[in-house]
Design a protein. Structure first.
Ligand code: RRO
Length: 310
């Protein structure tokens, strides 16, 4: 199998999945992703304890070379997604993304997952940039360590974390040290680049309504930051912690570069949003063509093998 991966003993027959938040809020969307050629797994929209309508629209906009969003965590509530991942008959792993809007909500949610029959991988989203008045947990290093300490005192199922981009080498060092203290299944990096601003040239107006136009940036614009974060964490994390690379994937070359930086799985948000699920078969074809040209028969042949200038 050329595009295989394994996280927490769970085998993936393909390396692609949706980025949480895109095409995964409803069971109909999740069903469609499960049936899509090229996905090796699917992940749910980040769930809060109860249903949330999210921020007012427009809350997502295409911009040149990417997207800006301030969705505000619209989701159907934990029970809805927990029911889906525990009852759906699927031939691909289903990851459950969760995101409390407070410290204690994160603990409450994970207690509920722990007490459920779900045995798959849960991903704790520590990096939602769009809930007004709620800072991203993962930009507060002390709170992140305290939360993970409290979580791993009771949570025994496979758990990964979704991280925001970092922009300083000391932050890579310090956060990797924290993450290495815990038996994490995976680290997924990056979430959108928080609180960018896009202005419509014709009207001098912002393009999304929430937060005066500020929103998370995704798509091609995010690729250099995404690759840096995948690379930096792969160089620092225990080898037992697998990596999901997210950010800036538009074509097979982008996927190839995520793997060169150390990604085990690659997830796609902005491009999936605008191209739709048939994108996955295209990315797979493009990646396999690059691998064939280079004589690689498996992602194992080049994962993490980025060359630097000596
Ligand atoms: O729902 C959102 O506004 C959102 C979330 Br939870 C997230 O983690 N990342 C993002 O770009 N948007």
């Amino acid at each position: 199998q050329a595009l295989h991966a394994e996280i927490a003993g769970i085998k993936f027959d393909d390396i692609f999945l949706n980025a949480s938040g895109v095409h995964c809020q409803t069971t109909a969307e999740l069903d469609e992703l499960l049936a899509t050629k090229g996905t090796g797994a699917i992940i749910t929209k980040s769930a809060t304890s109860a249903y949330r309508a999210g921020n007012p629209s427009p809350r997502l906009s295409k911009i040149p070379l990417g997207s800006i969003n301030s969705m505000g965590l619209p989701n159907e509530g934990l029970d809805y997604y927990l029911d889906y991942v525990t009852t759906k008959q699927a031939d691909k792993p289903m990851l459950l993304s969760v995101a409390g809007v407070s410290y204690t909500e994160n603990l409450d949610i994970l207690h509920k997952v722990q007490d459920s029959s779900f045995m798959g991988i849960t991903e704790l989203n520590l990096s939602c940039p769009n809930v007004p008045g709620k800072p991203q947990t993962a930009y507060d290093f002390e709170t992140t360590e305290r939360l993970l300490t409290e979580v791993f005192a009771f949570f025994t199922k496979p758990l990964g974390v979704k991280m925001p981009p970092y922009f300083d080498i000391v932050h890579f060092d310090d956060m990797a040290k924290i993450l290495n203290k815990f038996p994490l299944a995976h680290v997924n990096t990056i979430n959108s680049i928080g609180n960018g601003l896009w202005i419509n040239e014709d009207t001098d107006t912002v393009v999304i309504k929430p937060k005066g136009g500020f929103g998370g940036i995704g798509g091609a614009l995010a690729k250099p930051t995404a690759l840096a974060n995948v690379r930096a964490f792969r160089q620092r994390l225990n080898p037992t912690i697998k990596m999901i690379g997210t950010g800036g994937v538009v074509n097979g070359r982008d996927v190839y570069e995520h793997i060169l930086c150390g990604a085990d799985l690659v997830s796609v948000g902005t491009q999936l949003q605008f191209e739709g699920p048939s994108m996955f078969a295209r990315l797979e074809q493009e990646l396999l063509a690059i691998m064939a040209e280079k004589g690689y028969t498996s992602v194992d042949d080049f994962r993490g093998q980025l060359k630097i200038i000596e």
